[in-house]
Design a protein around this ligand. Structure first.
Ligand SMILES: [Zn+2]
Length: 332
């Protein structure tokens, strides 16, 4: 427990832009988020994920690249550029470096860790074993509140909040009384600030959210899980970085991979846990995404039926929807 607490403190330090020391056997690495790299003293290495390495044509494993002192341009292009022209001296990342990458990603950053030799600064020290145990632990959710929340589409609605220990808050919208139905309509919806609040036309999240609530209201019941996993789990800032790459010709899947993420970083086991806490074990899933059906089934929720959710494509999201259909197997 003490070890896990040290990892949580290390993640806090990383989120604030500070370095931490990662002890792996006899080696100690000074680690910080590469995107926070300012004027760093001494020789540096940057560790990139397997996805980013693969995208740059440098093999499919996490790699470690030496950055000459003061070469900010090389570092920036290794992190963000659609391609890197210079010849790069990359070596496979060590186990400590891979663990450093895991911590940086867990802290919500672009998966790129800046590594230097430990200096005299009083950086928090964490062991690689503790970091590994933390990154592998199952996420545990707790139900915080369940309260009436009449919504425009359906008055008899409640909202429940769930909190990951020290982490994200997820919501469940209970339209009518789905817990009393044999197999209520259910929808897993991942938060999308740009699509829902700003009505961005780059995706279809806003219309999907409203349509799902509408369909459940018409059916007289359903449960909508609103998961705090923006941009298929990469976060708002990284999603906007992916948009930037899409303006340079990449599609939605390629852009996530180019940034070093998996094409989908979401954890649908969280949704299964929420349903179990709500005492809903069997559902009719409103989705076009067969992976959600698989993930929920694997996590122990019975999916009696897949109900397609149809939203009309527009001029700006046509390519996005086509990429989801072609590369992620979405269908109607
Ligand atoms: Zn969206």
């Amino acid at each position: 427990v003490d070890n896990l607490r040290t990892v949580e403190r290390a993640l806090d330090e990383l989120k604030r832009g500070y370095a931490v020391c990662l002890r792996d056997g006899n080696a100690t690495l000074r680690v910080m988020a590469a995107e926070y790299a300012g004027a760093q003293p001494g020789p540096l290495r940057v560790v990139l994920s397997g996805q980013r390495a693969n995208y740059l044509g440098l093999g499919a494993q996490a790699i470690s690249v030496k950055i000459p002192v003061g070469d900010g341009t090389l570092l920036q292009s290794l992190l963000y550029a659609p391609c890197v022209e210079t010849t790069i001296q990359a070596t496979p990342a060590s186990s400590g470096e891979r663990m450093a990458l895991g911590l940086i990603k867990q802290a919500g950053f672009l998966p790129a860790a800046l590594i230097s030799a430990p200096d005299n600064s009083a950086a928090l020290e964490v062991s690689a074993e503790a970091a590994e145990a933390y990154l592998k632990r199952p996420v545990v959710l707790a139900l915080d509140t369940l309260v009436r929340l009449p919504v425009a589409a359906y008055e008899d609605t409640r909202v429940a909040t769930f909190e990951e220990r020290g982490g994200a808050v997820h919501l469940a919208l209970l339209i009518g009384h789905p817990e009393n139905e044999a197999a209520p309509l259910a929808r897993l919806h991942s938060s999308c600030f740009t699509g829902e609040i700003l009505e961005s036309l780059r995706c279809d999240c806003g219309s999907q959210l409203r349509e799902a609530i509408e369909v459940m209201a018409k059916a007289g019941g359903g449960v909508l899980l609103y998961l705090n996993q923006e941009g298929r789990g990469i976060g708002l800032i990284n999603k906007l970085r992916a948009y930037h790459l899409q303006e340079q010709g990449l599609d939605t899947v390629e852009a996530n991979l180019a940034l070093g993420f998996a094409e989908d970083e979401r954890d649908f086991a969280i949704a299964a846990q929420m349903l179990r806490i709500l005492k809903i074990g069997k559902i009719r899933l409103l989705t076009n995404n067969p992976h959600k059906v698989e993930a929920l089934t694997q996590a122990g929720i019975a999916v009696a039926e897949r109900v397609p959710l149809v939203v009309k494509p527009g001029e700006h999201n046509r390519d996005y929807l086509a990429a989801k259909a072609k590369k992620m197997g979405h269908r109607h």
